[in-house]
Write a protein that binds this ligand. Structure first.
Ligand code: COA
Length: 330
């Protein structure tokens, strides 16, 4: 028994919109084909949030509504919401605050974190620190993106990859030895040249010219991102194992950010980690950026056992990357 306060995930919920954008439909939109998409990315379909005035908050609110119900949590008891997203409803205010209002979480303060595809694990570690301080008892961490709002559906190299969706976890204190144990995070700002949105920020505010040049969409040079993702995820997992005196047999689940099936396969293969213990749902959701890891936790929740050793690993724009080691608490 450890007397150290740790943040345990005590509930998880995910939400994806109903509309399925299939590879076949993409074949009719851009010069691509189902075979190329499946063999290069592993993706068969992705979900798209349709409808007027529906932003990322729609995903966050639906995820958290279900989470509060599942965990029997009174919205008034939530003290903090941290949301990882690159597609906030608006540049400001933060979408986490909007979600608190829509959910009736009147006593919570809230803010967004932008670390692209690493956003959820960065946010999770941040939320955990508030719990570990002993000052907070109920923190929700969400990861959600409406990637369809920033994807150029004339650019075949990016539009096949991304989808909309997300999820949320409840963090509560425990002294049982379960919960978030360790993390290793890294960054390299020079990677921004390979993955970014050119306009819409303070560097290049929106203008007719920026719209005409299609600069309000994800720009990606896929190959360097692919290589850096494999290296970043494997190296931080290896360091985390070593630092905690663990070997791969001790890990029940390795949950990678769902960027590309080939990236996931490479990470598993380099680490010599059995694929049966690597949750994958990219074939049905694509890359939902901040949403992928909570969506995996949600879909695999039933398979987890109390005490399971789990590693979360992610890589994203920035570049940002890292891994978290936790012990499942229920
Ligand atoms: N359909 C058909 N052909 C396509 C295509 C599509 N959707 N997209 C690109 N191509 C073509 C390219 O034009 C290129 O043709 P060329 O050889 O005639 O120039 C060819 O396929 C190979 O392109 P390339 O970009 O080298 O392919 P790739 O094997 O690197 O795969 C990605 C492209 C984007 C799938 C891959 O690089 C990747 O997944 N990168 C990481 C992306 C990622 O995970 N980002 C999220 C942040 S973590």
């Amino acid at each position: 028994m450890s007397s150290k306060i740790r943040a345990a995930i005590t509930g998880v919920n995910g939400w994806v919109p109903e509309y399925k954008l299939t590879n076949q439909e993409l074949e009719r939109m851009v010069d691509t084909n189902d075979e190329w998409i499946r063999t290069r990315t592993g993706i068969k379909e992705r979900r798209i949030l349709k409808g007027e005035r529906k932003g990322t908050s729609e995903i966050v609110v639906n995820s958290i509504k279900g989470l509060l119900e599942k965990t029997n949590t009174d919205p008034n008891d939530v003290e903090l919401l941290i949301l990882a997203t690159v597609t906030p409803d608006m540049v400001f205010p933060d979408t986490a605050n909007t979600a608190c209002d829509l959910l009736g979480m009147k006593n919570a303060f809230a803010y967004d974190i932008n670390a692209a595809c690493s956003g959820f694990i960065f946010a999770l570690a941040t939320g955990a620190k508030f719990i570990q301080s002993g000052m907070y008892k109920k923190v929700i961490v969400a990861g959600a993106d409406k990637m369809s709002s920033i994807v150029d559906y004339t650019d075949r190299a990016t539009c096949v990859i991304f989808g909309d969706g997300g999820g949320a976890v409840l963090l509560e204190p425990t002294e049982s030895g379960h919960g978030i144990i360790d993390e290793i995070f890294k960054g390299d700002g020079s990677g921004r040249q390979y993955l970014h949105m050119k306009a819409g920020g303070s560097l290049k505010p929106p203008s007719h010219a920026s719209i005409d040049a299609r600069e309000h969409f994800v720009f990606q040079d896929g190959r360097p991102v692919f290589k850096a993702a494999v290296k970043g995820m494997t190296s931080t997992v290896e360091q985390l194992l070593k630092r905690n005196g663990l070997n791969k047999e001790d890990i029940n689940w390795l949950i990678p950010h769902q960027a590309n099936q080939r990236i996931i396969n490479s990470v598993a293969s380099i680490l010599d980690f059995p694929v049966e213990r690597v949750p994958v749902n990219i074939h049905k959701y694509g890359n939902t950026t901040g949403g992928t890891i909570p969506l995996c936790l949600w879909e695999w929740e039933e398979k987890f056992n109390k005490g399971d050793n789990i590693i979360l690993t992610a890589f994203g724009g920035g570049f940002t990357w890292g891994s978290i080691y936790l012990k499942w608490a229920y």
